[in-house]
Write a new protein. Structure first.
Length: 436
């Protein structure tokens, strides 16, 4: 129950943010006074939308008990979330508060629909200095007031199946890409596979190739924010990722169609020996996998230890809370954000969700000192990088994520994936980006 509640809580947070946008804030009564109501859009974090609602509702009722403000919740699946938000930004009919994937911060900021978090608004929730720097780095474009407030922090790590490693004679978990490939080949036999991917999940594709791009010295955008998808480093990064299936054959061809966490199910069911993921412990448990059956190490690097630059091994992942600028209940929205980012809620929600609090004081709770979360916390502190905080980031996820999806489809069908074919896909993706 603990992990389900956490996952649902994460979903509710996202939902709150989005709901605020869709409804344009709390409704007004006949006297022009804002009603004691907020709309909150949450993303789907649990095993179903209904589970999310059951988990989040007690938190919202506690907020109402303390403040007298009722929160109307809508849980939105990730497949619909960004489109719902973008529709709300153009229509002006959005929620009061919503969750957003932190990689979308700059793109949604550019619409002008989100409340800027200036010094006054940060002071209303306890101050900007309560949040860790890595989380604040994914809240909007540099030089501008943030468009959102960090809620949950996550990072990628490499999870491995202990029994499968033992059966394959692998003495220790891999820390470099060469070791991942070597272990994957030992694991890939008798209907089992080395590592799982989500080949049709556009955002996951971007997360992986962005990190590999860093390891190849590429950023996918120039310093002045122009798309740069066809550099040698970017092409090498995408090819390296797809080659896990196309060349090394340590990924099952069926993974090309995965987009709904099927790779986590395969891992928990002993069909795949490794997976790169953000805080999957709750999903493993829901699939019947005991905590002592899996291990975790930092995500791989080309050589040596994780760090900055070419030793980056994760993007800064997480969920942010945003407020729609046109809310009719700004005071209530700020109170809600303050509640959700309080030490008490941060500890409870992140503990349940399996993530790390972006609030410094909450992060010191012993609940976040275990081996799994320690890897994530240390990665965020020393070897994770924020995705480009540019207005076109959401388009980048769509067009390059789709290019990677198509390349996985080629690999699954046995069609060759060459440097030239990768560059052609990325060139086509770059042509679809807005011109500057």
């Amino acid at each position: 129950m603990r992990r389900i509640r956490a996952a649902v809580t994460g979903a509710v947070t996202l939902s709150l943010l989005l709901t605020a946008t869709a409804c344009g804030g709390g409704a007004e009564d006949g006297g022009g006074q804002a009603t004691k109501t907020l709309t909150y859009w949450a993303s789907n974090q649990g095993s179903s939308l209904e589970v999310d609602k059951k988990v989040l509702q007690p938190e919202l009722e506690e907020f109402e008990r303390r403040t007298g403000i009722k929160v109307k919740l809508e849980v939105i699946p990730w497949s619909d979330l960004l489109n719902r938000i973008l529709t709300a930004t153009t229509s002006g009919q959005g929620p009061d508060v919503l969750n957003i994937g932190n990689t979308w911060s700059a793109s949604l900021q550019a619409t002008g629909a989100l409340l800027p978090w200036d010094a006054k608004n940060f002071d209303a929730i306890g101050g900007k200095d309560r949040f860790v720097d890595s989380a604040l780095g994914s809240t909007g474009a540099p030089g501008q007031d943030p468009a959102a407030v960090p809620l949950y922090s996550m990072a990628y790590a490499l999870y491995y199946n202990k029994q499968m490693f033992k059966d394959a004679g692998i003495a220790k978990p891999p820390t470099t890409w060469d070791e991942v490939i070597a272990a994957g080949k030992k694991l890939s036999k008798d209907g089992k596979w080395g590592i799982g991917v989500e080949g049709s999940n556009l955002s996951n594709n971007i997360h992986q190739v962005f990190v590999l791009g860093k390891q190849h010295g590429a950023d996918f955008f120039t310093a002045d924010g122009k798309a740069d998808f066809t550099s040698d480093g970017a092409v090498a990064a995408v090819k390296q990722y797809v080659d896990l299936m196309a060349t090394h054959k340590i990924v099952a061809p069926g993974n090309a169609e995965y987009a709904q966490n099927q790779s986590l199910s395969d891992f928990a069911k002993d069909r795949t020996g490794m997976v790169l993921w953000q805080t999957p412990s709750q999903t493993f448990a829901s699939q019947g996998m005991a905590e002592d059956e899996w291990g975790v190490v930092p995500a791989p690097v080309p050589a040596g230890k994780p760090g900055t630059g070419t030793a980056t091994n994760s993007m800064v992942a997480g969920i942010n809370l945003a407020v729609f600028k046109n809310t009719k209940n700004l005071d209530g929205a700020l109170k809600f954000v303050k509640f959700m980012t309080s030490d008490e809620e941060q500890t409870a929600l992140n503990k349940t969700y399996g993530s790390v609090p972006p609030v410094k004081t909450a992060q010191q709770d012993p609940a976040f000192s275990g081996p799994s979360l320690a890897v994530i916390r240390d990665t965020l502190a020393s070897s994770a990088a924020a995705l480009p905080q540019v207005p076109e980031e959401s388009q980048f996820e769509t067009v390059v994520g789709t290019a990677v999806k198509e390349l996985f489809a080629d690999a699954a069908a046995g069609r060759p994936v060459t440097t030239e074919s990768v560059r052609a896909k990325l060139d086509k993706a770059q042509q679809q980006m807005p011109k500057k």
